[in-house]
Design a protein around this ligand. Structure first.
Ligand code: TRP
Ligand code: ZN
Length: 868
């Protein structure tokens, strides 16, 4: 390690010394040597006459001020210092970059045959020297020059204003973006594509050209993205009164991309995974993912682009809010309960795990070494939960008033999380002083509830205690303002009106103290409480429910989410007790009453199939691991497997009947059809464990007319290790080996293969013609899924899983540190395992730490983990 990377702190924010009001960029595109000419209009803001620009991996060709060569500059390690600048000037900088050698996929790089850019968070500095920070907003004019035959489409932000030819077959296009923006929203794409075109008319009558660019031959996979885009534009007008603000909206799908997608102004760049779909190549989950990500990037146009972030510590300002908006979009278009369940699973699984890891941080982090490490489930998903809590406290109307005020105050500027909360507070008159702690405090609060019914006084007291355990980043914790949504039921299912001190009270209680008691009056009988309804705050709930109370809530809760949650709590009870049983050498046992409760759910003709499917899905190994200080990998796996087997054995007839009734002949992506397939395929996953398994799974694979059913069969064969697995896998690979994106599903099954020789197969699969460690999607599918979702094999006592991880991470550290840094997460939690495993993992972390080219991304995580 040449130099120890330094952390930046939120409290050190300073306004920039200069701003840039306009920039004219010219790209002369060549694979290995692209010349970038940047002409910036620079204005000094204070007394400082030295301008420090950011830059990385650039070859500097020229510096000019107001047209004349300038010599008062020094090239620094990661920037350019320019001295004695006039208070206002035109600064020209010419740099040379090599897009083909750019395997990190930040800045300008080649994806397949196309040029594309990724600038968030700090990628623009790999294109030219610049004030690469989100509070410098400039108007961009961009000219792109490239060979016309190879790159017929030359794209950038805003509107196309001019085009022409130059010498030897090269052409150029000039784009102008009228909206001032920070550098991270800049984008350029050059390539040859098929284009799916449509048009949208906004509520005020503006016509917007919609263009989706996909690799040649993929036009039949672009329809769903277009439909989703139009739905998103309409939804944002209806629900948020927000309209699009340019004449053109472009989406480009690329195969090499580090994340999901990027909201560049007027020119979104997408991981092709979130664009391409038809019923032969994509599952229902893929379709829903596309709808959600297309929505997410579109919604950023207001929450992110029109109002951007002052500094990167404020990332949740745009991401938490935009995730909230995309979740609402999906919920308004589809099933609200199913969406809520899946969002809550992410919080209870990966987010709680992150809170408990060496990387714990508040949704607004205090210190950062590598910004790319903070695009996390905490900033995104917990960030969204924090917005959702404000929505719960203010109600839809109050929340929309707050949004309106937020845009009135901050449109066209770079704002902070504090600005957002103030707008919500000022618009509603609701005090959010204590609530602000959600932005600065990390960790997961545990809310422990006890109840006391006084039959004589007819009062029911709920005592609510909150404790947030210290986290690695922050020792002291304070009580938070927790919106705690409850309902009380009588035995016959009747809802009890909530009354305190003679007055009706709202079902969302304001929990603000470390310990607080709520006494409800006129409660005629011992009630059954439904607690933390809708998961009204991202906390762990502890309440000593009896089995019959949970089975009651599974049936009688008025709210579907609460029913599901009761089912999960019932399962959790028996997963916990059975883990103990297994640890004591005893067999796994599931009481008859529990099985009956799930039979009731399965046979219900009043519940929607999509919802029943969720009720019947067990928590996964990662979520269960999160319940323990020390994780017993094998005991958890044994219990989850045995519980599933017992449900399968006891409910085989019911699963079989449901499976057969839900058969659909035609494939549509309507929500009702998706729900039926989901339940049918959950049934198949159970039936795979019975003696009908082989026949049913094989038959489904052979007769499926859509990828959802194909994958469900493959996945069932994989999890249940059926004999037909091998031939099915081979058939699929023969069919799809030329299509990396479709092969990703197959790579995931290899990565999560429960067989004890899985790792040997994975290593062999790395030679598959569709695999490449240079492609993030392939890497995440095969290798990433092994690290994160194959607990038993990854954590094998031999240490072979960890050694493999070490090798892969060392290679990715050099080629693509951002991907390496996502894959390493499971290793960071090494203190949660037994001593032998700890030692084995630690060794790999230490080897990484010793690398002399260790990237900041891994440095930050590895040092935190070893410190912990
Ligand atoms: N802003 C993007 C989003 O949430 C995230 C993103 C895309 C990103 N690509 C990235 C973040 C690369 C960091 C690096 O939609
Ligand atoms: Zn986003």
């Amino acid at each position: 390690m040449a130099q120890t990377p330094q952390a930046k702190h939120r409290k050190d924010y300073k306004q920039p010394s200069h701003t840039i009001t306009d920039i004219e960029l010219t790209f002369d595109l060549h694979d290995t040597a692209t010349t970038v000419t940047a002409v910036s209009y620079v204005k000094q803001l204070g007394n400082e006459t030295t301008l420090n620009l950011d830059g990385e991996g650039l070859k500097l060709e020229a510096v000019k001020v107001d047209g004349a060569d300038w010599h008062e500059y020094t090239e620094l390690d990661a920037g350019l210092e320019i001295r004695d600048l006039p208070a206002e000037c035109e600064l020209t900088i010419v740099t040379l970059i090599n897009p083909e050698a750019n395997t990190a996929l930040e800045g300008l790089y080649k994806s397949g045959g196309a040029f594309c850019t990724q600038c968030e968070a700090e990628g623009f500095r790999r294109i030219t020297y610049y004030l690469d920070r989100p509070d410098v907003l400039a108007k961009y004019t961009t000219t792109v020059i490239a060979d016309k035959q190879q790159y017929p489409f030359l794209l950038s932000n805003g509107n196309r204003i001019e085009e022409g030819m130059t010498d030897n077959g090269r052409h150029w296009v000039k784009w102008q973006d009228p909206h001032p923006k920070p550098s991270y929203l800049f984008a350029l794409v050059a390539g040859d594509f098929d284009v799916r075109r449509d048009e949208y008319q906004t509520q005020s009558g503006r016509k917007v050209a919609l263009e989706i660019f996909v690799d040649k031959g993929n036009l039949d996979r672009a329809n769903h993205a277009m439909v989703s885009l139009i739905n998103a534009m309409k939804w944002d007008e209806e629900r948020f009164d927000l309209e699009y603000d340019l004449d053109i909206y472009m989406v480009v799908a690329v195969d090499f991309f580090n994340m999901g997608a990027m909201e560049n102004k007027g020119l979104n760049v997408f991981n092709s995974k979130y664009v391409l779909a038809n019923n032969q190549t994509a599952t229902d989950t893929d379709y829903l993912g596309i709808e959600s990500v297309i929505g997410h990037e579109y919604f950023h146009n207001w929450t992110g682009n029109r109002v951007t972030c002052r500094d990167w510590f404020q990332l949740s300002l745009k991401e938490g809010l935009t995730v909230f908006r995309d979740q609402e979009f999906s919920s308004d278009l589809g099933s609200r309960a199913v969406n809520r369940i899946n969002n809550v699973r992410i919080i209870r699984g990966p987010q709680f795990a992150e809170d408990a890891s060496p990387m714990s941080h508040p949704i607004r982090p205090e210190q950062v070494i590598e910004m790319n490490n903070f695009y996390t489930v905490t900033v995104y998903e917990k960030g969204s939960e924090v917005i959702r809590m404000m929505h719960t406290l203010l109600g839809e109307e109050g929340f929309q008033k707050g949004m309106k005020l937020y845009f009135e105050r901050h449109d066209g500027t770079a704002a902070t999380c504090e600005d957002f909360v103030s707008a919500m507070e000022d618009a509603s008159g609701i005090d959010l002083k204590q609530f602000r702690l959600w932005y600065s405090q990390s960790g997961t609060p545990t809310v422990t509830v006890s109840s006391d019914y006084d039959a004589q006084a007819k009062t029911y007291a709920l005592t609510v205690e909150q404790v947030t355990e210290p986290t690695q980043d922050q020792k002291e914790k304070q009580p938070l303002h927790i919106p705690f949504d409850i309902e009380l039921y009588e035995k016959d299912g009747k809802v009890i009106e909530l009354q305190c001190n003679g007055k009706p009270v709202h079902h969302v209680l304001d929990v603000k103290e470390a310990k607080q008691t709520f006494v409800f009056e006129n409660v005629a009988e011992q009630p059954i409480p439904s607690l933390l309804r809708e998961f009204s705050a991202p906390v762990k709930l502890v309440y000593d429910y009896q089995d019959d109370e949970l089975t009651f809530l599974m049936v009688h809760s008025r709210n579907e989410f609460a029913r599901w949650d009761a089912g999960q709590m019932l399962l959790a009870k028996y997963i916990r007790s059975n883990v103990e049983q297994v640890q004591n050498g005893k067999a796994v046992e599931l009481p008859e009453a529990v099985i009956d409760a799930f039979r009731g759910v399965l046979l219900s003709d009043e519940l929607e199939p999509a919802f029943i499917a969720e009720m019947l899905s067990l928590p996964n190994h990662n979520e269960v691991s999160g319940w323990y200080k020390t994780v017993d990998v094998d005991a958890i796996a044994t219990v989850l497997k045995a519980i599933k087997q017992q449900l399968a054995d006891n409910l085989a007839d019911e699963f079989g009947a449901t499976y057969h009734t839900l058969k659909q002949t035609e494939y549509t992506i309507e929500h009702a059809a998706i729900g039926k397939r989901a339940l049918r395929n959950v049934c198949l996953s159970y039936l795979a464990l019975t003696d009908q398994g082989e026949a049913l799974v094989k038959a489904q694979y052979d007769s499926a007319n859509n990828m959802t059913d194909t994958m469900a069969a493959m996945s069932a064969a994989n999890s249940a290790q059926l004999a037909c697995r091998a031939s099915i896998m081979e058939d699929y690979s023969n069919k799809w080996k030329h299509d990396g994106l479709v092969m990703d599903k197959w790579f995931i099954l290899q990565g999560t293969n429960p067989a004890s020789d899985a790792l040997a197969n994975i290593k062999a699969t790395m030679n598959h013609e569709a695999f490449s460690l240079k492609n993030p999607n392939r890497t995440r599918s095969l290798v990433g899924s092994f690290f994160a979702n194959n607990a038993v094999n990854f954590h094998a006592k031999s240490g072979e899983g960890y050694r493999f991880a070490g090798e892969i991470l060392r290679e990715l550290n050099s080629s693509n540190p951002q991907v390496a840094s996502r894959l390493i997460d499971p290793l960071l939690k090494f203190r949660r395992y037994d001593e032998e495993r700890q030692a084995l993992i630690k060794k790999e972390l230490e080897t990484l730490k010793g690398l002399d080219n260790l990237a900041n991304d891994l440095y930050e995580k590895v040092t935190k983990a070893l410190e912990g």
